[in-house]
Design a protein around this ligand. Sequence first.
Ligand code: FPP
Length: 254
Amino acid sequence: MSQPLQHIAIIMDGNGRWAKKRLLPRTVGHVRGAANVRHIVKAASEQGVKYLTLFAFSSENWRRPPEEVSALMGLFLQYLESEVAEMKAAGIRLRVIGDRSAFAPLLQSRIDQAEQDTAHNDRLHLTIAANYGGQWDILNAARAWQMAHPEKTLQDMDEQALAAHLSTAGLPDPELLVRTGGESRISNFLLWQTAYTELFFTDLHWPDFNGAALQQAIASYGQRVRRFGQTDEQVMNSHTTNKHPTAQPTFKIS
Ligand code: FPP
């Protein structure tokens, strides 16, 4: 059974260990990691991926040593300054999700500019999660919903209503989540959006994760049977396979 795959989300882990293994400072691992973002965006675009979401900086990453945080901020700024012109030409639309108010004004304005400059592109939708946390996203969405509907109570809110206020509103949920670096956890990434996502964990550190590894993750996804709460038999007989369950009013999720 062929599996539609539009959206891949990636937790880019292992930069520090990549560097440590080579007796290099952790920041060198992040430099290599940033260079790899460029390679993987290109590879994903060539492999026909329509949506790619990358976890670049979590809301918990502020706890790292200040020099590492500052190196990561610098790399993000550098990435925007060096890549946006090419993204524009390559049909890549950039979005940044997360609480950007904590960033330096220059970084915030570069993010705004990059989003505006690429807003009409549609070949690949690249979303970078920066100062992002899944719990923050859900809480924020609930608050935004309440602000938008002051006359309603929480009893009136349903899944679609909340999802419309998530930072990823308008993007399909990822069908596949890849995590590099050998750990097997979600780490407060797209908690709501990955409810039915297939997970792929690899021991490769992020700087070593290349186009072939991406292909492998995609191939693994192709072998998965997505049941969305149904039985194998129902899935085999169903014409509605691979649709999000909330789009199917005929069955309940238990
Ligand atoms: C996890 O590796 C990686 C990060 C916390 C940052 C990811 C950042 C980049 C790939 C570069 C900058 C991003 C952009 C978009 C230009 P880790 O440091 O936790 O590695 P470790 O687990 O081996 O210590």
